[in-house]
Design a protein around this ligand. Structure first.
Ligand SMILES: Nc1ncnc2c1ncn2[C@@H]1O[C@H](COP(=O)(O)OP(=O)(O)O)[C@@H](O)[C@H]1O
Ligand SMILES: [Mg+2]
Length: 346
C-alpha cells in the first residue's frame, strides 16, 4: 500500500471546500449569452417589520402591523431596475441552497435579469436583513451568510467577455471580494469593458481600500455624499473630489433631495433633483439613480443626459415603497416619468 502526503495550505483547502460545495454555477452557459451589463454584488432578502408599538425588549414579545418580505441588496435593485429600463443585465453573486436563495432567483428572473452566473453553495445560507421600523426610526440586524463568499476568481473571463459593462456595488459588505476588486476592474478594462462602482456604506466605518489603484480602473464612481466624505475625510464636496481627481475618472456624487453632481476632467454637471409630490420612501433611490445613469452611459450619451436620467430614476424610485416597486416595465416607467416629472424617456 502506498501512502501519499499532500501539503495544502489552509487557504487552498477553504477554496477547494467551497468549489466542492458549489451545486449550481452554470458558468458554462455564459459562453452562449451576450448581455449589456454584468452586475457583481451581494444578494440578500429583506424582512421588514412595520408598525411596531415599541422596539423589541429582552424577554418580551411585541406585534408588528405589517411585514414585507422582499429581494434586498443594492446591486439587485440596480440590476432589476436597469433591466426594467430595457437593458440586458446578468448577475453574478452568491446565495445558499435554501428558500431565500430560490426567492432571489425568482424575483430577479421576473424582472428579466439573467441568473445563470449566480453561485449557489451548500455550505452557507443566503443572507438576510431583518428591519424593525418603529416611528421614524429603524433598527436592523443583518446575517451576511453567502454575501461573505464571493471572490474575484468567481467572476470568470467568460462572464466578463459577454458583457459591455461591469457594475459592482457594496464593496464593504463583501469581504472576500473587496481585496480582489482592483484586479477584477483591471481584467474588465483589459477585456474592453466600461466599468462602474457604487461603494455603498461601510458598516465598520473604516472606509479602507487601495483607492488609487482601484479607481484608476473605474470609469464611473458613484458614491453618495456621505460615502464620499468618509472616503476622502473631507466635508466639502469640491475638496473631496479634488483628493480623488488625480487617479479617478468620472465621479458622480448623489446628494439626495439636492440632486447630483458629476465631475469629469474639467467638466462639472450639477443636476437638481426632480421634485416628487408623492413621496413614499427613498429606499434604493441611489441604486435607481445608478440604473438611469448607466443606461445612458453605455450608449455614449453626454454627462448631462446621464445625470438627468439618473435623477429622474432616483425620483421615480421615491414614488413607491421599496427600491423596485415603481420599476415594473419600460412602458410604465415612461408613463411615470412623463406624468409625474414631465420627462420624455426615449
Ligand atoms: N426625495 C427625493 N425626491 C426626488 N429625488 C430624489 C429624492 N431622494 C433621492 N432622489 C434622487 O435620487 C438620487 C439618489 O439618492 P440618494 O439618497 O442621494 O442616494 P443613496 O440612496 O445612495 O443615498 C439623488 O441624487 C436624487 O436625484
Ligand atoms: Mg447608495
Amino acid at each position: 500500500m502506498i501512502f501519499y502526503t499532500i501539503f495544502i495550505s489552509q487557504n487552498e483547502l477553504l477554496h477547494l471546500k467551497k468549489k466542492l460545495n458549489v451545486i449550481k454555477n452554470k458558468n458554462n452557459k455564459s459562453h452562449s449569452t451576450q448581455f449589456d451589463v454584468l452586475v457583481v454584488g451581494e444578494l440578500n432578502i429583506d424582512l421588514i417589520l412595520n408598525g411596531l408599538q415599541q422596539f423589541p425588549e429582552v424577554g418580551k414579545e411585541i406585534l408588528a402591523d405589517n411585514m414585507i418580505y422582499t429581494l434586498g441588496s443594492s446591486a439587485a435593485i440596480f440590476a432589476s431596475n436597469l433591466s426594467a429600463l430595457g437593458v440586458s443585465v446578468n448577475y453574478c453573486g452568491c446565495i445558499g441552497n435554501d428558500d431565500f436563495g430560490k426567492k432571489i432567483i425568482v424575483d430577479l428572473e421576473s424582472k428579466g435579469v439573467g441568473t445563470e452566473n449566480i453561485i449557489q453553495t451548500n455550505h452557507v445560507k443566503t443572507g438576510i436583513t431583518v428591519a424593525f421600523n418603529f416611528d421614524q426610526q429603524r433598527a436592523m440586524v443583518t446575517y451576511p451568510g453567502a454575501m461573505n463568499e464571493l471572490n474575484e476568481n468567481d467572476i470568470t473571463d467568460a462572464m466578463l467577455s459577454n458583457a459591455k459593462h461591469l457594475h459592482v456595488s457594496s464593496m464593504f459588505l463583501q469581504p472576500a471580494l473587496k481585496p480582489g476588486l482592483p484586479k477584477l476592474f483591471k481584467r474588465a478594462k483589459d477585456l474592453g469593458l466600461t466599468t462602474s462602482l457604487d461603494p455603498q456604506w461601510d458598516t465598520t466605518e473604516k472606509w479602507e481600500s487601495d483607492w488609487k489603484t482601484l479607481l484608476a480602473f473605474v470609469d464611473v464612481f458613484l458614491p453618495n455624499i456621505e460615502e464620499l466624505r468618509n472616503i476622502t475625510k473631507k466635508q466639502n464636496v469640491d475638496e473631496a473630489v479634488a483628493t480623488l481627481k488625480d487617479f479617478a475618472n468620472m465621479i458622480v456624487v448623489k446628494k439626495s433631495v439636492e440632486g447630483a453632481s458629476a465631475f469629469y476632467k474639467n467638466e462639472i454637471t450639477n443636476q437638481p433633483a426632480f421634485i416628487n409630490h408623492e413621496f413614499a420612501d427613498a429606499i434604493g433611490a441611489g441604486d435607481s439613480f445608478n440604473a438611469g445613469f448607466i443606461r445612458e452611459f453605455i450608449f455614449d450619451k453626454s454627462l448631462k443626459q446621464c445625470t438627468e436620467l439618473g435623477a429622474v430614476c432616483g425620483a421615480i424610485n421615491t414614488t413607491a415603497h421599496g427600491g423596485t416597486t415603481a420599476f415594473t416595465d419600460l412602458a410604465s416607467i415612461k408613463k411615470i416619468a412623463l406624468k409625474k416629472f414631465n420627462y420624455i424617456l426615449q
